[in-house]
Design a binder for this molecule. Structure first.
Ligand code: 5GP
Ligand code: ZN
Length: 113
């Protein structure tokens, strides 16, 4: 069985640069950031896509994303923030454990995300 790297982070089998953790969610720095402070927010349990997430996780996930976004924008002095999610390979999903990208943005930074 192939290992899921994000499950390994959630289960603390492999270390990651943890930014925030709640009971069922966590946030850590992306290994290949688009900008410094590029964070990934995941459910700790393995669910492949947005529509696999249990409805009961919604409130906690939103709270995590809001808390991390607010702190992140302040920490890196961003002027904006993209929330991006890729679902399935055709849409650019490389890690098949659902994750939201939080990407700090700046005026005229040249990104198209
Ligand atoms: P996707 O293309 O699936 O939406 O995004 C996967 C993201 O996971 C990419 O931005 C990639 O840089 C990040 N990533 C892949 N492997 C690792 C890893 O081992 N550690 C961390 N922190 N991020 C990873
Ligand atoms: Zn997983």
């Amino acid at each position: 069985m192939s290992e899921c790297i994000f499950c390994s982070f959630a289960q603390r089998k492999i270390p990651c640069e943890l930014v925030y953790s709640s009971r069922n969610t966590m946030a850590f720095l992306d290994i290949a950031p688009v900008h410094p402070g590029h964070v990934l927010v995941i459910p700790k349990a393995h669910h492949p896509t947005l529509w696999d997430l249990p409805a009961g996780l919604g409130e906690e996930m939103l709270e995590t994303m809001q808390k991390v976004s607010k702190a992140l924008v302040r920490a890196v002095n961003a002027q904006g923030l993209n929330v991006v999610m890729n679902n399935h390979k055709a849409a650019g999903q490389l890690v098949e454990h659902a994750h939201f990208h939080l990407i700090p943005r700046y005026e005229n930074d040249g990104l198209r995300a």
